[in-house]
Design a protein around this ligand. Structure first.
Ligand SMILES: *[C@@H]1O[C@H](CO)[C@@H](O)[C@H](O)[C@H]1NC(C)=O
Ligand SMILES: *[C@@H]1O[C@H](CO)[C@@H](O)[C@H](O)[C@H]1NC(C)=O
Ligand SMILES: *[C@@H]1O[C@H](CO)[C@@H](O)[C@H](O)[C@H]1NC(C)=O
Ligand SMILES: *[C@@H]1O[C@H](CO)[C@@H](O)[C@H](O)[C@H]1NC(C)=O
Length: 287
């Protein structure tokens, strides 16, 4: 229990220790754009700017969501318990059994996220909706941009030999250069321009390598977590050398076996409290 208390103090300090700065949070949060994400691009619910969605076991949430929003398959869960994180707490991206992953775009509706409108092609028809989502990845931004393709699909089905002229792609270049120890990126640079790095991800990696080559981070003991949990990934802010948010042991609810064999009744003994070592419901299977 003592270790939890200490961890709690550490991270309370990390959350509240930053309150001394005035509210330029969104400017700093929004500084690095979404160029070169390995996963999806998500919107920060508080600042409405884009960032790379956080993946499983990465920290999320935090003050003004500065640590980011999770990939679609996961939720930003409180480190312990079986609940979602409450901002400004730090959460961990993970699978949560009471919050199913979205299979279809219209199922993704998160009150914390800004309203977004757009259209998807659904059995050859434009399906335009407005929803609160942090994944603004509609295929078409509006009915007007969707409609031509709807007509195209219809014609394709009903009129043989019809050829639709797609709009010609505009030529532009994108990439990053390191200038004065900063990654300067362009998304719509002049056609044919050459860059040192193809995206912000690669530029940041190279920059951090350069800046951090003579920095030794304080050694951190590897967390040993109970078998029903995992150690979350530490977090190093972009452009910094050492992690500022350590690992936490957090339940891996996917490891729990919640089912009884067929024809047996489940009798709950003790539901999980979401604390590592106690991640799974305790129950009996009776005839
Ligand atoms: C906010 O901080 C900046 C620099 O840290 C400072 O120049 C500015 O005066 C501050 N603004 C307010 C309203 O405190
Ligand atoms: C959320 O996590 C923190 C830190 O582990 C814990 O102190 C708090 O009780 C949790 N909240 C809930 C509702 O489980
Ligand atoms: C790293 O080395 C460079 C020169 O090699 C020096 O200018 C810089 O201050 C060093 N950084 C740190 C953090 O020691
Ligand atoms: C889950 O538990 C039940 C009863 O304890 C057992 O029969 C079943 O094989 C278990 N399933 C897995 C995937 O471990």
């Amino acid at each position: 229990m003592k270790i939890w208390y200490i961890l709690f103090i550490i991270f309370s300090w990390m959350i509240y220790g930053q309150d001394a700065t005035n509210d330029t949070t969104c400017e700093t949060t929004c500084l690095s754009g979404p160029l070169g994400c390995s996963g999806r691009v998500a919107i920060n619910p508080y600042c409405s700017c884009s960032h790379c969605a956080k993946s499983i076991w990465e920290p999320c949430g935090g003050k003004n969501w500065e640590l980011g929003y999770c990939e679609k398959e996961q939720k930003c869960a409180n480190i312990t318990g079986e609940v979602l994180v409450e901002i400004p707490m730090i959460g961990i991206c993970k699978y949560m059994r009471h919050y199913t992953a979205y299979k279809e775009f219209w199922e993704d509706d998160d009150e914390q996220c800004p309203e977004q409108s757009g259209c998807e092609m659904h059995t050859g028809v434009c399906d335009c909706i407005t929803r609160r989502t942090c994944f603004p990845d509609f295929r078409y931004s509006s009915y007007e941009t969707c409609k031509p393709y709807q007509a195209y699909l219809m014609d394709y089905y009903y009129a043989e030999g019809y050829t639709y002229e797609h709009p010609k792609p505009v030529c532009y270049s994108q990439g990053c250069d390191i200038i004065d120890d900063k990654c300067i990126c362009e998304t719509e640079g002049p056609c044919g321009r050459k860059y040192e790095f193809e995206n912000r991800n690669k530029c940041n990696t190279a920059l951090v390598e350069k800046i951090c080559s003579n920095v030794t981070c304080p050694e951190v003991e590897q967390l040993k977590c109970p078998a029903d949990s995992v150690a979350s990934k530490p977090h190093t802010p972009p452009g910094e050398c050492c992690p500022t948010i350590p690992s936490f042991c957090t339940c891996n609810f996917k490891k729990c076996n919640n089912t009884c064999p067929r024809r047996k009744r489940k009798i709950m003994i003790q539901p999980t409290n979401g604390v590592p070592g106690n991640c799974c419901d305790k129950f009996l299977c009776l005839h």
